[in-house]
Write a new protein. Structure first.
Length: 68
C-alpha cells in the first residue's frame, strides 16, 4: 500500500520538534494510524500510544491507578 503524501506530514514533524506530545485526531478510516506508522518508520525515537488500548492509556497515568 502506498502512502498518500499529506501536507500534514510536514506540519506534524515540525510540531514534534517543538512539543513533547502531538495528538493526531480525525474521523474513522481517514488514515491516522497509517500516517503514524509512516512517521515511526522514519523516526525510531517516537512513542505511539493508542488511547483506546487500556495498556497505553495506563502509561499516561502517573500514579498507576486505573484509568477509565
Amino acid at each position: 500500500m502506498e502512502l498518500i503524501q499529506r501536507k500534514l506530514t510536514t506540519e506534524i514533524n515540525e510540531s514534534l520538534r517543538h512539543f513533547p506530545v502531538v495528538a493526531i485526531t480525525g474521523p474513522r478510516q481517514c488514515g491516522k494510524s497509517t500516517l503514524v506508522r509512516y512517521l515511526l518508520e522514519n523516526d525510531k525515537e517516537l512513542l505511539y500510544l493508542d488511547l483506546e488500548r487500556q495498556s497505553d492509556l495506563q502509561k499516561l497515568n502517573e500514579d498507576g491507578e486505573k484509568t477509565y
